[in-house]
Design a protein around this ligand. Sequence first.
Ligand code: F0G
Length: 339
Amino acid sequence: MSGLIARYRDRLPVTAATPIVTLDEGATPLLRADRLAAAAGLRLGSVHLKFEGANPTGSFKDRGMTLAMSKALEEHSRGVLCASTGNTAASAAAYSARAGLRCVVFLPRGAVAAGKLAQAMMHGAEIVDVPGNFDEALAAALAVAAEQGFTVVNSSNPYRIEGQKTAAFEVVEALGRAPDFQFMPVGNAGNITAYWKGYKELGGARPKMMGFQAAGAAPLVLGHAVKNPKTLATAIRIGDPYSRAGALAARDESGGAIAAVSDAEIVAAYRFLAREEGVFCEPASAAGVAGLLKLARAGRKPRGVVVCVLTGHGLKDPETAQKTPCRRRTFRAGRRFQL
Ligand code: F0G
């Protein structure tokens, strides 16, 4: 059997009785990024990209979803439910299709990128349009699930965190050691919590965890919830993160930091990765790289081995991609075309 439950069975809460729902997630590339290293003024060979867009539904959510869905099936769940800025919904929809479970997704109206919505629709999820932001959608989803006995597959579900911690195992396997620094985006804060759990379970050296929020949606930086979070990076447009405590523990125990980057910095990093490294991630995914470049510009260069986690694929958000300037001309038959 393939997939990350098969690979890490001894470190995950499964038994012989757990029916495994998998799309062969995980085992994503860790790519050396020398142009990024050069742009940050770091040693060539020291910066790597963990490209989670290579997961089956195009985001890291699949790591948590294989486990959450397998356990839901084992526990004879009536169905699964989540609130989402899009990727959790896409992943839940795909894995529940495979599991044969009903899937209901609560989506903040007008704030989900087109690719993610298309995935949820294609995989047969029932969509609940919430006139409000993600935080309001999550509160609604949790209340409805508690009342009606559905399994919540947001990162409030501990199996999501368990599955996602395997990304830390893969990073250490690929490098042969833990990195010195890990840069990543932070939204609802489940992923930074999960990586930190993974690194701690491995024992030995651990990276400093460097989390980045969008400046208009930076509750962990400000120290209080943000009522109307704003950023073009819709995946992390979250004002009141569920896993706040986990993120702050990761920051403090590792000696890392959680800071903010502007939308302009996110877009610059997003375009840089696509054009200079050949890696197309979605805007939110570039927040960690934006943070690395920002610190480097301020003369605060990380020393040693750096991993930047790119959480989702660029194809998720075609609208933002298509706003990128591009040299484009029309070919006219019969006329000479000058390259
Ligand atoms: N990057 C992407 C592409 C995401 O979709 C998310 C979260 C994050 C980063 C932040 O991860 O929430 O664990 O801190 N997306 C959730 C969703 C909220 O509904 O798909 P986090």
